[in-house]
Write a protein of this length. Structure first.
Length: 366
């Protein structure tokens, strides 16, 4: 399979980005180094190429009803220019994907889905279209998307835009704003880092201009380009899930700690509702927890978690946290062992290494 390139590929190479294959895309895992890029986002600002993400438009008379049927969250309270985090589930409650829904109007929505799942998601939508009067379009190849994240993100982006960014609230967006002379599709106050920040969405051919100008005007504020490595450590510290790790076709949103995005009481029937309702009412058997290593060792995805000599689960994500300077992780474990403060053992190179369960809100624990 040919590796796909985003419109910013040449920029990554020019900036010395270390390119890897990520879900079939050639993307930078880092430039200067993960720690420097991570710290830039926490203390100043970082800029990410997220053009590999998938974009799907749903429009038509039944757009709202279709999405209410397809998605776990409730769109009925959304206003125009608002964004909602939600999931698509299989009938058994497993996750097809997690995604963001941007509401243009009652009859038109813009969805941003995970890059690795774009084709699967689009097919799932078509397969479940039924008699809904809608048009589905996968416009991923036409879109460029960058994220500028960090405490100085607003100040930097404001230099290139006439519109007052402070008027865009969290999880809201403004359409057709000009950034660096480029007419964007939208600027949204969103991100995947736990910091304040924005995502700028343009036509694919315009994204290089916005990227280059932001790096230029942000240099004196400490803005750095950041790769996939820092994107993962940042989202992990901020307790944000990664599809395939904290949620998957085998891990339901309820097990993954995402009950807030699953509205079991919404009027509309949605795919997976019955299975999820049953799971919730009967009580979860597995739960996602945070943990901190008490002995030396870095936990990694897939490592087994043991207690009293038996396996009780596995690590979904683990790192030496760049912000907290501690070895921490997430694990999906037996709910009976999931109490805060409980001691567990992470199997590192076939040896049990002691850890304790802590809140997954790692940044608030510090």
């Amino acid at each position: 399979m040919v590796t796909k390139k985003t419109p910013l590929y040449d920029e990554h190479v020019r900036l010395g980005g270390k390119i890897i294959d990520f879900a079939g895309w050639a993307l930078p895992v880092q430039y200067e180094g993960l720690i420097k890029e991570h710290e830039a986002v926490r203390n100043n600002a970082g800029i990410f190429d997220v053009s590999h993400m998938g974009e799907i438009v749903v429009k038509g008379k039944d757009a709202f009803d279709f999405l209410q049927y397809l998605l776990t969250n409730d769109l009925s309270k959304m206003v125009d220019n608002q964004i909602l985090y939600t999931l698509m589930c299989y009938p058994d409650g497993g996750v097809v994907d997690d995604l963001l829904v941007y509401k243009y109007s009652h009859e038109e929505y813009f969805l941003v889905v995970n890059a690795a799942n774009t084709e699967k998601d689009f097919k799932w939508m078509i397969d479940n279209k039924k008699d809904f009067n809608i048009i589905l379009e996968n416009i991923s190849d036409q879109i460029g998307l960058i994220a500028i994240q960090g405490p100085k993100a607003e100040m930097i982006l404001q230099k290139l835009i006439d519109y007052d960014l402070s008027s865009i609230r969290y999880y809201h967006f403004k359409r057709d704003v000009e950034v660096a002379g480029v007419k964007t599709l939208m600027v949204s106050r969103t991100g995947y880092t736990g910091e304040d920040g924005f995502e700028v969405c343009t036509k694919a051919e315009d994204i290089v201009t916005v990227w280059s100008k932001l790096l230029e005007v942000g240099k004196e504020e400490g803005l750095k380009p950041a790769g996939l490595g820092a994107r993962d450590t940042l989202r992990f510290e901020a307790a944000m899930p990664l599809y395939g790790q904290e949620i998957s076709e085998d891990i339901t949103p309820l097990e993954g700690g995402l009950k807030f995005a699953v509205k079991l009481d919404k009027e509309a029937d949605f795919i997976g509702k019955e299975a999820l309702k049953k799971q919730w009412e009967e009580g979860l058997k597995r739960k996602l927890v945070g943990f901190e290593m008490l002995e030396r060792g870095i936990p990694r995805e897939g490592y087994e978690v043991h207690k009293d000599g038996r396996k009780i689960g596995h690590v979904t994500t683990g790192y030496l946290s760049p912000t907290l300077k501690k070895n921490i992780g997430n694990a999906l474990i037996d709910v009976n062992e999931a109490e805060l403060g409980n001691e567990i053992y992470i199997m590192i190179r076939n040896k049990p290494v002691k850890a304790k369960i802590i809140s997954r809100k790692f940044l608030k624990n510090s």
